[in-house]
Design a protein around this ligand. Structure first.
Ligand code: FAD
Length: 390
């Protein structure tokens, strides 16, 4: 699917429909022409690339495959290819799209009322409205199932109190999907909170060494009043939250493929040009061995992704499959990018060569949406029947 001499050794491109191919090409052009020339500066300045976000809207790729409500018609594979390509360009942009469409829009599409869908989804697909998904708390990350943010019903409205951490878009979103525990029945429920609601306070988390061009927030909710009409009616327990997360974990597997492809392509190009001991680096057997192993991992990640897409199309994507894919692809991508970084020698740590940014960004992908360990334990529970983490 990549370029240079290509990473498509298993002819994945032959498996794509013309429409999927079109989304791939369109996103690829955007990344090559608009993202790569400018993104390192945004990353270095930790600046949100607003002009690129506006162009994303024009591309018509925001909607995560949601049917109707102004969202583009995207098959799971088209959606995955978009995520792969955006992340090949930059992890912050890819993460922005994952939060906007995969987490916030999908929460509304899967768990919201008809009125909520009509109000938010078309505007979010056009990026006129930005969304966030607030699950993680300062004291509950891997065990977000134990979240402490409380929701108390009082007639026709709810009062929400608590703290959230690491919430992508939390300072800029128009609507934040806040997960809170109903004090009456102890179940986790979802609420649509608008940013200007009294008691909603979001502060940007600064000093990040990863995904520097997309912002996460620490949020305090103090007696935030939400009308019953803004509660997600089909979010009645943490299991419903999990329905949203299974899809986005598969999306991270595609994203990891994009990061690994970028690093591999830079490494091949660099080792072809760079000469040491009077010869190009690619003429040394050890360098070839390393490039081949990187390619083999990239190809295996592609095969995972293709099957993920097909299984999603068939409605057969399970939590366990999404967990295996997220675990495998983020771990493999991390290794491939580290190899590329090393093959570039000293230049490997310069932003100009892009690999360092991917190496840093991959660290966040490895952790968010459930760490590698948590994905491993989800799969371990499936193969042994024994839950080792709850
Ligand atoms: P912890 O849960 O404290 O984990 C620390 C370490 O302990 C990890 O290595 C973990 O694997 C390990 N560990 C934990 N439990 C076990 C166990 N039972 N057995 C063995 N090891 C264990 N959240 C949102 O809600 N919305 C967002 O938009 C969002 N965006 C994010 C963006 C970024 C850049 C980052 C870094 C995080 C984001 N998150 C978001 C939060 C993310 O999902 C959590 O960081 C992640 O789930 C891990 O939680 P934690 O950071 O609290 O780590």
């Amino acid at each position: 699917l990549g370029r240079s001499r290509g990473t498509d050794y298993f002819k994945i491109a032959d498996q794509l429909t013309p429409t999927e191919r079109n989304y791939l090409d369109r996103t690829r052009r955007f990344v090559d022409d608009e993202v790569l020339p400018v993104i390192n500066d945004y990353w270095e300045r930790a600046e949100f690339p607003r002009p690129l976000i506006d162009k994303l809207a024009e591309l018509g790729i925001v909607g995560d495959g949601i049917a109707g409500y102004g969202c583009p018609e995207l098959s799971p594979i088209a959606n995955g290819l978009i995520s792969m390509e955006l992340n090949r360009g930059d992890g912050s942009l890819g993460t922005f799209l994952g939060v906007q469409a995969g987490l916030a829009m999908q929460s509304i599409a899967k768990l919201g009322s008809e009125q909520q869908k009509q109000r938010w989804l078309p505007a979010m697909a056009r990026l006129e409205k930005i969304g966030a998904f607030a699950l993680t708390e300062p004291d509950h990350g891997s065990d977000s199932v134990a979240l402490e943010t409380s929701a108390r019903r009082d007639g026709d409205s709810w009062t929400i109190n608590g703290e959230k951490k690491w919430i992508g878009n939390g300072t800029i979103a128009d609507v934040i999907v806040v997960w809170a525990r109903d004090v009456a029945d102890g179940q986790v429920k979802g609420f649509l909170v608008e940013r200007d609601t009294r008691g909603y306070d979001a502060r940007r988390i600064d000093g990040k060494g990863s995904l520097r061009s997309v912002w996460q927030a620490q949020i305090t909710l103090t007696d935030v009043r939400v009308p019953e009409a803004d509660r997600l009616p089909y979010a009645n327990s943490f299991k419903d939250t999990g329905r949203v997360l299974a899809g986005t974990r598969a999306g991270v597997a595609w994203a990891a493929l994009g990061h690994a492809t970028a690093a591999y392509e830079v490494a091949v190009a660099y080792c072809t040009e760079r000469r040491q001991f009077g010869k190009p680096l690619v003429s040394f057997q050890i360098v070839q061995d390393r490039l081949v192993k990187m390619l083999a991992e990239v190809c295996s990640m592609q095969l995972y992704c293709l099957r993920l897409g097909r299984l999603e199309e068939e409605g057969a994507l399970t939590d366990t499959i999404a967990a295996i894919a997220k675990m495998n692809n983020t771990s493999k991508a991390r290794q491939v990018i580290a190899e590329a970084r090393d093959l570039l020698g000293g230049n490997g740590i310069l932003l100009d060569f892009h690999v360092m940014r991917h190496l840093a960004d991959m660290e966040a992908l490895h952790t968010y949406e459930g760490t590698e360990t948590i994905q491993t334990l989800i799969v371990g529970r499936s193969i042994t029947g024994v839950g080792a983490f709850a």
